[in-house]
Ligand binder design. Structure first.
Ligand SMILES: [Zn+2]
Ligand SMILES: [Zn+2]
Length: 381
């Protein structure tokens, strides 16, 4: 066993063991605690045990129990409709993580509190937050950090590294249920349900039994999700042990008759596919109609703006033409006046010049006459 003496190998094994442990501890906190216990009342356990189990979910960054339960109950009531908090019909990325930022768009705080009215009576759950505001997420993050600091001082750094790996894997495994267990391209359906839920084996393994999601949507109150022999459900194993220990009571399981009634036949499957296709086509047509209406609206608006702009230009053109005409007329008037004045002035000057010239001519003539007279007299002598 020389290889285990290598410190890198032995440390890695310790971290891996912690990661596997924490993946299941947090996982059961989410699936058994928040989901089957709080949301669906599939079983009853003593309050101290309920708090302990649910702490696994809280320390896996799942947020306040009231908020988680309120959102998940809405998911069951509005599955794969526009009011579903995380349907992949709104895109796989939306169903994986984006939905967390938009829960208040599909559910008001009042609706959330009504959905989880039973948990609103619990003072501890209330303290952890009961609306879509940032408070419950911030408190959750702070307490998650504090929890890991405690782990560090009690169990050492390998435990914390293993826990961080597990927090990552279980957090995303839970989101995989939302996204991949409602994708028509994956898995299979055993039961007739009104939404797109699927059983996806690898999500079943990763999310400690939650991937048998079509079974779950068919009988939401069932404490057991893996209903066929091959559908391994780790969470159900834990519930079975708790029941044997006398710690879990009122464990809800569906009767064979109910399961048989809900089973999807070949005809039912074909009808389901047809219904889904018709629904998708209707949704696509509605979206197209909405887009067309939007485009028409925008075009009308643009046309209206163009008409207003054109009317404005015509008015402006008319105004500027009138102004130009007025200015031209004024200019013409003033030019004419000036021309007349100038002409009058010129005529005056011309008359004066003519008078002057005539006077000079007269003077010259008189001088000439005066010279002519003595010359005549000389001729006469
Ligand atoms: Zn679902
Ligand atoms: Zn559920």
């Amino acid at each position: 066993m020389g290889i285990f003496n290598d410190p890198v190998v032995s440390t890695s094994l310790v971290i891996a063991a912690w990661a596997v442990f924490w993946h299941h501890w947090h996982g059961v906190g989410i699936t058994l605690g928040y989901h089957r216990l709080l949301t669906h009342k599939a079983l009853v356990v003593p309050k101290w045990l309920e708090y302990y189990i649910c702490s696994g979910a809280y320390f896996a960054l799942m947020g306040a129990p009231i908020v988680w339960v309120g959102v998940h109950r809405q998911h069951h009531q509005k599955s794969d409709t526009p009011m579903d908090p995380h349907s992949p019909r709104d895109g796989v990325r939306h169903a994986l993580y984006r939905w967390m930022f938009y829960t208040n768009r599909v559910q008001t705080n009042e609706e959330l509190q009504k959905q989880a009215s039973d948990l609103m009576q619990d003072p501890l759950y209330r303290k952890l937050g009961y609306d879509h505001g940032a408070y419950h997420a911030q408190l959750n993050l702070a307490l998650c950090v504090a929890f890991r600091v405690v782990l560090f001082f009690v169990f050492g750094w390998q435990c914390v590294v293993g826990n961080l790996i597990a927090t990552f894997t279980i957090f995303w495994s839970t989101q995989f249920v939302n996204a991949f267990c409602h994708l028509p391209a994956l898995g299979y359906r055993t039961y007739k349900t009104t939404e797109d839920s699927r059983n996806v084996w690898w999500v079943g393994l990763l999310a400690v039994g939650e991937g048998w999601h079509n079974n779950h949507h068919a009988i939401p109150r069932s404490a057991r999700h893996g209903l066929e022999w091959w559908e391994f459900d780790f969470t159900w194993c834990c519930i079975w042990v708790l029941e044997k220990l006398g710690l879990a009571t009122k464990v809800h399981l569906p009767s064979k008759e109910l399961l048989e009634k809900k089973r999807e036949t070949a005809v039912g499957k074909a009808q389901g596919k047809m219904t889904a296709a018709v629904t998708h086509a209707a949704e696509a047509a509605q979206k197209a109609a909405e887009a067309a209406s939007q485009a028409a609206h925008e075009a009308a608006e643009a046309a209206y703006l163009a008409a207003v702009a054109a009317g404005k230009s015509a008015r402006e053109a008319a105004d500027s033409a009138t102004n130009a005409a007025r200015e031209a007329a004024e200019l013409a008037g003033s030019t004419a006046r000036e021309a007349a004045l100038a002409a009058g002035k010129t005529a005056n000057e011309a008359a004066e010049a003519a008078t002057h010239a005539a006077r000079e001519a007269l003077e010259t003539a008189e001088i000439a006459i005066a010279q002519i007279v003595p010359a005549k007299e000389k001729v006469a002598i």
